[in-house]
Design a protein around this ligand. Structure first.
Ligand SMILES: [Zn+2]
Length: 293
């Protein structure tokens, strides 16, 4: 039977909303029940599932007894392509007949979107955010970006301000350019569309409160702020990070982890601190070989 005809294509026309991710992972699991199971490692702060796809040949033994390769994506909210890359990988593992032998022996755990709340915020409102959207602890005189007029976008507003670092471009006043020492006013600063919590009426506001960067919330070499901006209160202090931490610790068959990001066009590998000699030389060689792909 050719299952592929029932399998939806992965669309590259737009980034995916939570509902679209949900529909896609459900379709993978329903078309390939012998090779793909849909689960969840837990729920996000706002109650969304953090989906887990387990991909292997389920007739060739318990997945927990096979070596496992973990892939995760979209830990940083704006890096929505990480979800696409994870779903593409999952789909290829299922449709590519040349990897059937691999699925006899190896299990792939794929978490396409660790950060469904932050990703939804970015996908539906283009909100600027590193990882976390939780607004349960609001700080006074802080502007929290928000789509105020319901157009689906959080835009940037120019505000005239004596300390502004920008001036109008004399050739095109729609544009702003950097202020120089001898520039003449009016001066402007840029602020995001949003709402100032508990505003005292002054212009002494900060933007967006405390930031969180979940890639700095792992346990290895965790360092507190200000050494590591966004590191959180302690390793795995963030709900979703605790979910993946517990998943990794409860699955000792995991032998490698790959995280999809979109920052630099690079393959980053351990050790992020120290030197290659800290690692097993075979591991180094294997990671270099993998990077060639
Ligand atoms: Zn990233």
């Amino acid at each position: 039977m050719n299952n592929n005809i029932n399998l939806p294509e992965l669309s590259y026309q737009a980034f995916l909303t939570y509902q679209e991710v949900t529909d896609f992972v459900k379709s993978l699991a329903s078309v390939y029940p012998d090779m793909c199971q849909l689960g969840s490692i837990g729920k996000s702060r706002e109650g969304r599932e953090i989906y887990l796809l387990t991909i292997t040949n389920f007739t060739s033994g318990d997945p927990k007894d096979k070596p496992a390769y973990l892939i995760h994506g979209n830990i940083h909210a704006t890096e929505l392509a990480g979800t696409h890359a994870s779903l593409y990988t999952a789909r290829q593992l299922l449709v590519d007949e040349s990897v059937r032998d691999l699925l006899q022996e190896v299990v792939f755990y794929i978490i396409p979107r660790i950060n469904p709340d932050g990703a939804e915020y970015v996908a539906t409102a283009s909100g600027p955010i590193r990882s976390r959207t939780d607004r349960s602890i609001l700080e006074s005189n802080t502007l929290y970006p928000k789509d105020m007029n319901g157009d689906g976008l959080i835009l940037t507003i120019r505000q005239e301000h004596p300390n502004g670092n920008l001036i109008c471009d004399p050739d095109d006043t729609r544009l702003l350019i950097r202020r120089k020492a001898d520039s003449k006013g009016p001066f402007y600063r840029l602020i995001p569309e949003g709402e100032i919590y508990n505003w005292d009426g002054s212009d002494n506001i900060s933007i967006d409160g405390r930031g969180f960067d979940w890639n700095r919330n792992w346990s290895y070499d965790w360092r507190p702020e200000p050494e590591q901006y966004g590191a959180g209160d302690f390793p795995f202090s963030e709900t979703e990070m605790r979910c993946i931490g517990e998943f990794i610790h409860s699955n000792p068959n995991i032998f490698a982890i790959l995280g999809y990001h979109t920052g630099p066009a690079a393959v980053l590998r351990p050790p992020s601190t120290g030197s290659d000699s800290d690692l097993d030389e075979h591991d180094v060689r294997m990671m270099d070989d993998l990077a060639q792909f």
